[in-house]
Design a protein around this ligand. Structure first.
Ligand code: ADP
Length: 499
C-alpha cells in the first residue's frame, strides 16, 4: 500500500527537550526515589530523554500541593471571569510556543508535524479558550419549593482532580481534562502516559509562565500501575477523570470503590462503525474511511474501524479505496510528504502486528498492507482486510492501529443491528444522501456521537464521550464541567412558613 519510507526517520531536526522532571507546586523536581525512565523516538526506538519516574510518594506530594492550593489558595476563590482571564493568557502563551509543542508531539508520539500543528495544537488551544469562556458561565438554579421554602443551588468545584491521560493525543488529552477542571475551580494532578510524557511537562512550564498559581497544576510522570494507581486510589483526591483502555478504566473504578468512592469519568475504547450506503458520494466515503482509520496511524479511540458498505456500491468502493491508498505515504513524521508516522512504541507496534496476523489466520483477506514497513522504528503499512466476519477478533476488539475491516451489508435494519453488535458505544459514521436513512441511523445507533457525512468532526463545544463499555462522562462542551462540580442546595423558609 502506497510508499513506505520506514527507515527514513531519525535524522531531521527535532526540538530540544527542556523539561523532564515532575512538576509539583510550581517547581520541577526529581522523583523521591531518584528513578527515571526512558521515552523513545518511535522512528528509531532510540532514547529521546530520561524522565522522572513518579510513584506513590510523589503523588502524595502533588496531592498535598493541590489540596493546599484548593483549600487555602486563590484559584477556587477567584471569580470565574478572573480564572477565565488566566486561562486565556495560558492559551496565548501556548500559542506562542505552538511550533515547539507540535514538534514535541511529533517526536514523542510519531505524528506528522503538520497534523500535530493543526489538530493537536489547534484542539488544545480551542479547548483552553472554550473553557476560559465557560469559567464565568457556571451557575445554579433558584427553587420555588412546594412547601413554604425557597432555595437555590450552587455548583461548587469538587476539589482536587486526578487526571490520567493516554499517549495518542498527549496535549489534546491534557487540555480535554485540565481546561474544564480549571474552569470549574478545581486544582489538578495530571498523569500523562509513560509513552509520551514530554508535552505535559512543557505545558506545566507554560502554565506557570502564564500566571497559573503554584499548586493548581501538578504533573506526575510515571507508569500506570504505580503513579496512575496511586492517583486512582488516593484518599485525598476528590474526582478522577480518565481516558484510556477499557481494562484500565475498570481498574480505576475499582480503585475508587476500594478507597474513598471518588466519582470517576471514563473515556474508554471503541470499535466504531462507519456505514456507507449505496447512494453515498463515493469519493467522500472513501476519504472518510481512510481518515477514520489511518489518521494518527489508527491510534484513535474513535477510529471507524468497522467499515460497513452496502452491496450496491461495495465493489466500486473497494476498488477506489485500494487505488487511493497507492498515494499514501508512511514515513518520518517530520517529512512534509508523509501521511502516516510510526506507532507510538514497540509494545503497540507488536500488538497491532499480532492482530494483523490473527486476521490472516482467521481467514480475512489482505486488500492492502499487512506487514511492517521498513526495518527500523515502529512503522506499519496501512492494512485493509476484506472478507471479514463480525465475530473475528479484528472486527470485535479495539486494535488501536492502522487496520480497517471492510464488510458488506444489504439493508438498513442489518446495518443498525451489526453497528450496535459491539460492547462499545463511542462513535459512529453514516455516509448517505438520504435524509431519512441518515436520521434513522442517527437515532438507532447506541454511541456518544454519530457523524453524518463526516468523521472525526470534534469541537470543544460538542460533548464527547461514550456509552456501554466505552465509558461515561463527557469531555468537551459545558457538560464536561459537570464532572468537576458538586451541586449544593441551600434552603430557607419564606415569611409565614411554619418552620
Ligand atoms: P492504552 O491502552 O491506550 O495505553 P492505558 O489504559 O493502558 O491505555 O493507559 C492510559 C493511561 O492510564 C496511561 O496514563 C497509563 O499510564 C494509565 N494507567 C495504566 N494502568 C493504570 C492503572 N492500573 N491505574 C491507573 N492508571 C493506569
Amino acid at each position: 500500500a502506497g510508499r513506505c519510507h520506514g527507515d527514513g526517520g531519525g535524522t531531521s531536526k527535532t526540538p530540544e527537550i527542556r523539561y523532564t522532571k515532575l512538576f509539583i507546586n510550581g517547581r520541577f523536581v526529581d522523583a523521591a526515589s531518584g528513578k527515571t525512565f526512558e521515552t523513545r523516538d518511535p522512528r528509531t526506538g532510540d532514547v529521546i530523554a530520561r524522565v522522572a519516574e513518579g510513584d506513590k510518594e510523589d503523588v502524595d506530594m502533588a496531592v498535598k500541593a493541590a489540596r493546599e492550593a484548593f483549600d487555602h489558595g486563590e484559584w477556587p476563590r477567584m471569580s470565574g471571569s478572573e480564572r477565565g482571564r488566566v486561562m486565556a493568557k495560558y492559551a496565548e502563551v501556548v500559542e506562542r510556543h505552538a511550533e515547539e509543542l507540535a514538534a514535541l508531539e511529533s517526536l514523542d508520539a510519531g505524528k506528522p508535524l503538520a497534523a500535530a500543528m493543526a489538530v493537536d495544537v489547534g484542539n488544545s488551544l480551542d479547548s483552553l479558550r472554550y473553557f476560559a469562556g465557560a469559567a464565568d458561565k457556571i451557575h445554579g438554579e433558584t427553587l420555588k419549593m412546594s412547601r413554604q421554602l425557597q432555595g437555590y443551588t450552587l455548583r461548587e468545584p469538587l476539589g482536587v482532580a486526578g487526571l490520567i491521560v493516554p499517549w495518542n493525543f498527549p496535549a489534546v488529552m491534557f487540555f480535554s481534562k485540565v481546561s474544564p477542571a480549571l474552569a470549574a475551580g478545581c486544582t489538578v494532578v495530571v498523569k500523562p502516559a509513560e509513552q509520551t510524557p514530554l508535552s505535559a511537562l512543557f505545558l506545566a512550564h507554560l502554565a506557570k509562565q502564564a500566571g497559573v498559581p503554584d499548586g493548581v497544576i501538578n504533573v506526575i510522570t510515571g507508569f500506570g500501575p504505580t503513579a496512575g494507581a496511586a492517583i486512582a486510589s488516593h484518599m485525598d483526591i476528590d474526582v478522577v477523570a480518565f481516558t484510556g483502555s477499557t481494562e484500565v478504566g475498570r481498574l480505576i473504578m475499582e480503585a475508587s470503590a476500594k478507597s474513598n468512592l471518588k466519582p470517576v469519568a471514563l473515556e474508554l475504547g471503541g470499535k466504531s462503525p462507519l456505514i456507507v450506503f449505496d447512494d453515498a458520494d463515493l469519493d467522500k466515503a472513501v476519504e472518510l474511511a481512510i481518515g477514520g482509520n489511518f489518521f494518527n496511524k489508527g491510534e484513535a479511540c474513535v477510529a471507524g474501524s468497522r467499515v460497513f458498505v452496502q452491496e450496491g456500491i461495495y465493489d466500486r468502493f473497494e476498488q477506489k479505496l485500494a487505488d487511493t491508498m497507492k498515494n499514501w505515504v508512511v514515513g518520518d513524521p517530520f517529512d512534509p510528504s508523509v501521511n502516516q508516522g510510526p506507532q507510538v512504541d514497540k509494545a503497540q507496534y507488536e500488538r497491532v502486528l499480532s492482530y494483523i496476523e490473527q486476521g490472516k489466520a482467521e481467514g480475512a483477506t489482505v486488500l492492502t498492507g499487512g506487514k511492517p514497513c521498513g526495518n527500523k522504528g515502529y512503522y506499519i503499512e496501512p492494512t485493509i482486510f476484506t472478507n471479514v466476519k463480525d465475530d473475528m477478533a479484528i472486527a470485535r476488539e479495539e486494535i488501536f492501529g492502522p487496520v480497517m475491516c471492510l464488510m458488506k451489508f444489504k439493508t438498513v435494519e442489518e446495518a443498525i443491528e451489526r453497528a450496535n453488535g459491539t460492547r462499545y458505544g463511542l462513535a459512529a459514521g453514516v455516509v448517505t444522501r438520504d435524509i431519512d436513512v441518515a436520521n434513522r441511523m442517527a437515532r438507532s445507533i447506541r454511541a456518544g456521537v454519530v457523524w453524518v457525512n463526516c468523521y472525526f468532526a470534534m469541537d470543544s463545544s460538542c460533548p464527547f464521550g461514550g456509552r456501554k463499555m466505552s465509558g461515561f462522562g463527557k469531555d468537551d462542551s459545558m457538560h464536561a464541567l459537570d464532572k468537576f462540580l458538586a451541586v449544593k442546595a441551600i434552603v430557607t423558609p419564606v415569611h409565614g412558613s411554619p418552620w
